[in-house]
Ligand binder design. Sequence first.
Ligand code: ATP
Ligand code: MN
Ligand code: MN
Length: 382
Amino acid sequence: QISEAEVALFSVSSYACQRRTTLDNHNSNLTDALSLLAENAELNNEDGRGVAFRRAAALLKALPTQVISMSQLRGLPCLGEHSLRVIKDVLENGVSSEVESTKQSKRYKALKILTGIFGVGAKTADRWIRAGIYNLEQLRHSGQTLNRAQKAGLEHYDDLNEPVTKAEADAIGEIVQKAVDSVLTGSQVALSGGFRRGKLTGHDVDFLITHPEEGKEVGLMPKVVAWLESQGFLLYQKTTRNSYLESKDGPARPASNMDRFERCFSIFKLTKGKEQENTDQQLRELSKNYQMEAASHKIWRAVRVDLVVSPISQFAFAVLGWTGSKLFERELRRWAGHEKNMSLSSHALFDNTQNKYLRATSEEEIFAYLGLEYIPPSERNA
Ligand code: ATP
Ligand code: MN
Ligand code: MN
């Protein structure tokens, strides 16, 4: 017998950028399953499948109540045949057999471990698995050549796989602010990425840097990096220059989703705060294990940090593009292209109908150009 509440139909927009998606989610049993299958698809370079699962998960994240019966899903967008099959399995059996067998599979486990190394993507992991490498021990003894990023990633593996807390993000924010203040007065630092969306932890910390006077930001990154390096804050860094070409009548048309800002992928050496020191103290007292004791004496930890420098004229687009979530960004660009005949990137918005760039100084203006209701960062957790 199905109650009235169970058949109540949800009405949900088909683009994630039309929806308000907060961090709380009434269907995590379903979205966890679909997210794992999305992740597995991405780890196997099946991007189309990955996006389909991500869209389905995002749709369920936006529902106002828990789904308990398939009939509630009637008429909803974004739910493909495969996703519906997974949802049905979870609703009927509590778990998805596909998710369970994926989690158990040797290949999935190896892909997770190997791509957990900073600098290792799905393609490299696949190559290593085909060479019989399934874990870090095997990799260390394999004689495979690692690049500089991967060496750093392997060295700081445990730290980098430990979620970054908001307190740590704030501590790093203070360091970055101090760095930019020291090299160019008036520079501004803005927290972006997951922490701007209100997440309590992240896999890294993302910052945007700009200066209110256009042009002053040119060459800023190498100076910031040099300062950080001189103060001993960096364990690893790779800086890439701005490759965004200005043409006669404005910036070049965005060619891909990758932006071309001056940027730095880094690993910070963050000294542990009071709270963690206390925890360490307790750990030392409790620990009889030598290894654990040695680790607990470490007074710093490695944290992944992304730094991006944007000219002030592109700053609103950069902030929007770097706040995420990744699916929300993808959906914004899809909306712009398919519904508005516009091209959106982290640098600019181009109107293909009017054949011109649309200038903006705030995220609100960009949503308005796109004909979308403004969605604040805390509701972009698609
Ligand atoms: P997490 O807490 O796991 O770090 P996150 O949402 O901050 O989650 P990131 O991978 O740090 O995820 O990405 C943050 C934002 O920056 C995303 O919106 C993403 O689109 C954007 N971004 C990341 N890498 C690039 C890149 N190479 N080029 C352009 N944009 C990027
Ligand atoms: Mn991030
Ligand atoms: Mn990042």
